[in-house]
Design a protein around this ligand. Structure first.
Ligand code: UD1
Ligand code: CA
Length: 463
């Protein structure tokens, strides 16, 4: 028997989004709403996490499999028809049978947080409650289930908007859709739910009266953070959630000493850490899991995704994905680091350079118009303008190796697999197909021919 389980309701479709994706996979700050909910739930370390899937089931399952940094093997419960929140929970019967207390969350309310969940669990267990509902008082309660309390301040019932009387509609306190239930009490109540309401659905919220009737307490845990109730039904709602989340992240970063002189176009995901005195310039997006050191200058117009960046790094108009950049490196403008690149300390990468799946040793320089793919490059190497590692023969990819302090002349093609030894050089314009021993020069170039009086001869022919 598990002590705690979590069930996330994620079967809804969200027609108003007009998307091929199910609603719970719509992004807020580049992360699916379901991801936000799971991240918060998992911080409270439940023994089991079950996700109820329905609309877009395959996409949701694929997302769950792809979740990085999560140690959970999710239990999947399938709801084949949307018959309401109570019906959705019934599909997770096995999870209920296997736990003492269960946390139920909506997959489309991304701002539920760890503290709100643990506070509610405290109320729930200390009060030996059958159910504890997390509530909030939003600016506008329209559309939410209203909290009706008894004379002791406990929860009497939840009335949905569609079913509420004029008096009940005036209640400002609403059901966030997040609850702790005593699993056994919920299991007993679920088969008794009816769909005799305005929506014709099996409401999870009706379990509350049933649990009270069985003699158990129904408590309320009011959340300090009223954003926890916010969900999104439309693209405009989603934009509003993005706006909240974005401002909150920027505020947190600035409080930690990050300099953001102008917030225009600066969008930073919630799993990004940035050190103090780093400056973020306009039009910069940093997303996924990123760690950026201190005293860097990132932007303008950069996109950084799942990267680790050291201290004092400059990334000016750079696109960088799944890569590591060591301290003191200067990259840009207009260059790209594709996945699997490791850029050493004090490397200089200038304009229109692409690096892919390569290691670049410290103090190496590739200042202009160069492609370095599937390569292991030593320290202090100099790439002239326009060098290319030809890593692909149309069928297979091969690696290029370049030793320390090598000098790769302008417009060199290095046809992989090939190795240039330490301190070796290649002549400008050479296409190198054989390994170059250390300290030697490789030159592959026809001698320059001079044809004298060429212009005069041409003019004579014309006449
Ligand atoms: C629900 C609550 C309401 C609360 C509100 C908070 C009920 C009856 N009402 O209303 O009191 O104020 O949440 O946002 O529970 N889902 C399924 N299967 C279904 C129906 C829903 O998985 O058959 C999922 C949805 O994907 C969603 C969640 O359950 O993640 C909530 O469903 P939704 O239809 O949005 O409930 P509300 O009407 O908002
Ligand atoms: Ca909803």
């Amino acid at each position: 028997m598990n002590k705690t389980a979590c069930i996330v309701l994620a079967a809804g479709d969200g027609k108003r989004m007009k998307s091929h994706k199910p609603k719970v996979l719509m992004n807020v700050l580049f992360k699916p709403m379901l991801g936000w909910v799971l991240d918060s739930a998992e911080k409270t370390a439940p023994d089991e996490v079950c996700v109820v899937v329905g609309s877009g089931e395959e996409q949701v399952k694929k997302y769950l499999e792809s979740r990085k940094g999560s140690n959970y093997n999710y239990t999947i419960a399938r709801q084949t028809e949307r018959k309401g929140t109570g019906h959705a929970v019934m599909q997770a019967e096995a999870t209920l049978k296997n736990s003492e207390n269960v946390l139920i969350l909506c997959g489309d309310a991304p701002f539920i947080d760890e503290k709100t969940i643990t506070n509610a669990l405290k109320t729930h267990t200390e009060g030996k409650c059958g159910v504890t509902v997390i509530t909030a008082v939003p600016d506008n309660p329209f559309g939410y289930g209203r909290i009706v309390r008894d004379e002791k301040g406990d929860l009497l019932k939840i009335v949905e908007q569609k079913d509420a009387s004029d008096e009940e509609k005036k209640i400002g306190e609403i059901n966030s859709g997040a609850y702790w239930f005593d699993s056994k009490a919920l299991l007993e109540a679920l088969p008794k739910l009816s769909n005799g309401n305005a929506a014709g659905e099996y409401y999870l919220t009706d379990a509350i009266s049933l649990i009270r009737q069985s003699g158990k307490r129904a408590a309320v845990s009011s959340a300090e953070n009223k954003l926890i109730v916010l969900g999104a039904n439309s693209r405009s709602d989603l934009a509003a959630l993005n706006d909240y989340a974005r401002k909150r992240v920027l505020k947190r970063l600035m409080e930690g000493g990050v300099e953001i002189p102008c917030k225009d176009g600066v969008i930073i995901g919630c799993d990004v850490e940035i050190g103090q005195d780093t400056v973020i310039l306009p039009n910069t997006i940093i997303r996924g899991k990123c760690r950026i050191g201190s005293s860097c200058e990132i932007g303008p117009s950069s996109l950084i995704e799942n990267c680790t960046i050291g201290d004092g790094v400059t990334l000016n108009s750079v696109q960088a994905y799944e890569s590591v950049v060591e301290s003191g490196a200067k990259i840009g403008p207009f260059s790209q680091l594709r996945a699997g690149s490791h850029i050493g300390q004090n490397v200089k990468i200038g304009d229109f350079v692409e690096v892919k799946n390569s290691n670049i040793g410290e103090k190496t320089s590739a200042a202009h118009l160069t492609y370095i793919g599937d390569s292991d490059v030593g320290r202090g190497v100099n790439f002239g303008c326009g060098c290319v590692t030809a890593n692909y023969d149309g069928a297979n990819k091969f690696r290029t190796k370049i030793g320390d302090d090598a000098f790769i002349g302008c417009n060199t093609n290095l046809v992989a697999p090939v190795e240039v030894g330490a301190n070796a050089a290649t002549g400008a314009g050479s296409t190198i197909t054989k390994d170059v021993p250390p300290d030697s020069l490789a030159l592959e170039r026809a001698d320059t021919r001079i044809i004298e009086h060429w212009e005069k001869n041409k003019q004579r022919k014309k006449k």
